[in-house]
Design a protein around this ligand. Structure first.
Ligand code: NDP
Length: 244
């Protein structure tokens, strides 16, 4: 993350996997952000134990409750973050939370399609809307005219599984709802980039590589890298290839 200078960042789905890896990276930077907001569904629960341990050591880490499928929870999270920031804006919103169902074309369902789309696509849309005022504030407060992660940005954690041009690992798992949700997330990112550019907010979709997590498969599968080695820990992201 050398070269990145952010005052504040929010990571969704921060209690495990890539989200937790990102939080650790931010906290370990030579110049760590003044505020690292780690959003998760149940900040006091067992699944957030590692975040709680980190928060006891790092006063700049704030755990925020967030259910990305619930508009009220998203608004409440934005209000909380705004309170912590006082008058300043949020530099970086990382929409990382996501789910996958390994359903095939034959057994995909209305319920799963809806749940996966709501989490992976609608969540980032609503988060972008709710945090836009804080992102705009950060952009307005930046001396730089160029779009950048250090100024104000939305990073949507996509997947090459959503690529239409190269349908990645079809034989490994069809995961139809997941692929569709990430393809739609890529288009959402394009729409956000067109709509929010005028406010000085960079919008990027990122494929983190194959990472050993609950979703990416750990245990028996010897594929992927650990969250600490994921290329998404390598800044700057501005230069990265956007997904189709
Ligand atoms: P994990 O399953 O390890 O973590 C997913 C995170 O999202 C968890 O913190 C989970 O919370 C959270 N989450 C899920 N649903 C919600 C919700 N409704 N509200 C709030 N938080 C929620 O996945 P990864 O870390 O592997 O994946 C992170 C992102 O990276 C995802 O968007 C995924 O699609 C993407 N990605 C991952 C790849 C990989 O190889 N791992 C490859 C390509 C993309 P909880 O623990 O409480 O369930």
């Amino acid at each position: 993350m050398a070269g990145l200078q952010v005052c504040s960042v929010l990571v969704t789905g921060a209690n495990q996997g890539i989200g937790l890896g990102l939080v650790r990276h931010f906290l370990g930077m030579p110049n760590p952000p003044k505020w690292v907001f780690a959003a998760c569904q149940d900040p006091k629960g067992q699944r957030a134990q590692e975040l709680q341990n980190l928060a006891s050591k790092h006063p700049n880490l704030v755990i925020i409750p967030l259910e990305v499928t619930d508009p009220a929870s998203i608004k409440a999270a934005a209000a909380r973050v705004g309170e912590h920031l006082g008058g300043s804006g949020l530099n970086l919103l990382i929409n990382n939370a996501g789910i996958m169902k390994l359903n095939s074309l034959d057994n995909e369902t209305l319920e799963d399609m809806t749940q996966v789309y709501t989490t992976n696509t609608i969540g980032p849309l609503l988060l972008g809307q709710a945090f836009l005022p804080l992102l705009k504030k950060a952009a307005q407060g930046s001396p730089s005219s160029a779009l950048s992660c250090s100024k104000a940005a939305i990073i949507n954690m996509s997947s090459s599984g959503g690529s239409i041009e190269e349908v990645y690992l079809w034989n490994y798992g069809q995961a139809v709802s997941y692929r569709c949700s990430k393809a739609a997330l890529n288009m959402l990112t394009k729409c956000q980039s067109l709509g929010y550019r005028q406010h000085g907010v960079l919008c990027v979709a990122l494929h983190p590589g194959w990472v050993q997590t609950d979703m990416g498969g750990a245990g028996s599968q010897k594929v992927g890298v650990s969250p600490w080695q994921s290329p998404c820990a390598d800044f700057p992201w501005e230069g990265r290839e956007l997904l189709p």
